[in-house]
Design a protein around this ligand. Structure first.
Ligand SMILES: CC(C)(COP(=O)(O)OP(=O)(O)OC[C@H]1O[C@@H](n2cnc3c(N)ncnc32)[C@H](O)[C@@H]1OP(=O)(O)O)[C@@H](O)C(=O)NCCC(=O)NCCS
Length: 174
């Protein structure tokens, strides 16, 4: 992907493909952004960090994106083209810096990933979130994702193991 520079609310935003060299900043962000935003504790931040070890930017960097504002990491998306489902892409993780939220950076990252999927003939994008993450559910609905409902509601019980429910989303790349 070529680097894109677009002014966003006055400050220039650069969106580009991630590299392994971005990993330290992404890892710092994962440990601090949610805590700074008052969303969780330091130990929850470490648990979250375990979801994105370095391997993601060693093996999936070319389908992952970073957004930079004034040279600082403002957001990132970790995604991949499914190896087994040849018409699907998958978004594993997204984060936008607390002081940059609500400015369209999450939308830009997702739309760039949808375009990447279209270019690789992927017709759908999937992702999951925790049922407690109402912000994430609202964001995904705003981004055009459909919640895959169960008979009982939106949470799929034991989806990621005993006691670990998830909400699953799917969206066409059209
Ligand atoms: C979720 C997150 C990535 C959104 O990023 P963002 O840059 O603030 O989002 P945008 O400004 O691009 O908003 C995109 C759309 O989502 C909607 N949206 C964003 N945050 C929202 C919120 N808190 N509540 C309701 N809708 C929201 C916006 O209204 C917007 O819709 P619109 O374009 O139709 O107006 C960001 O808040 C974040 O990093 N949150 C913490 C991490 C997290 O929960 N990640 C998801 C894990 S799966």
């Amino acid at each position: 992907m070529t680097e894109q520079r677009t002014p966003i609310h006055g400050a220039p935003l650069t969106l580009r493909t991630a590299t392994e060299g971005d990993y330290p900043a992404v890892a710092r962000a994962i440990q601090s952004w949610w805590t700074l935003a008052g969303l969780d504790t330091a130990s929850a931040a470490r648990e979250r960090a375990a979801l994105v070890p370095r391997l993601w930017l060693q093996h999936f960097a070319t389908t992952s994106l970073v957004a930079l504002c004034d040279g600082e990491l403002a957001g990132f998306l970790v995604g991949f083209l499914s190896q087994d489902r040849h018409d699907e892409g998958y978004i594993h993780f997204i984060g936008v810096a607390p002081d940059q939220r609500g400015r369209g950076i999450g939308r830009r990252l997702y739309e760039q990933f949808f375009a990447l999927c279209r270019g690789a003939n992927r017709r759908r994008v999937r992702c999951v979130t925790s049922p407690a993450n109402t912000l994430s559910i609202a964001f995904h609905e705003a981004m055009g994702f459909e919640v895959e409902r169960t008979g009982d509601g939106i949470a799929k019980a034991d989806y990621d193991g005993p006691g670990v429910a998830r909400v699953t989303f799917v969206r066409s790349t059209d």
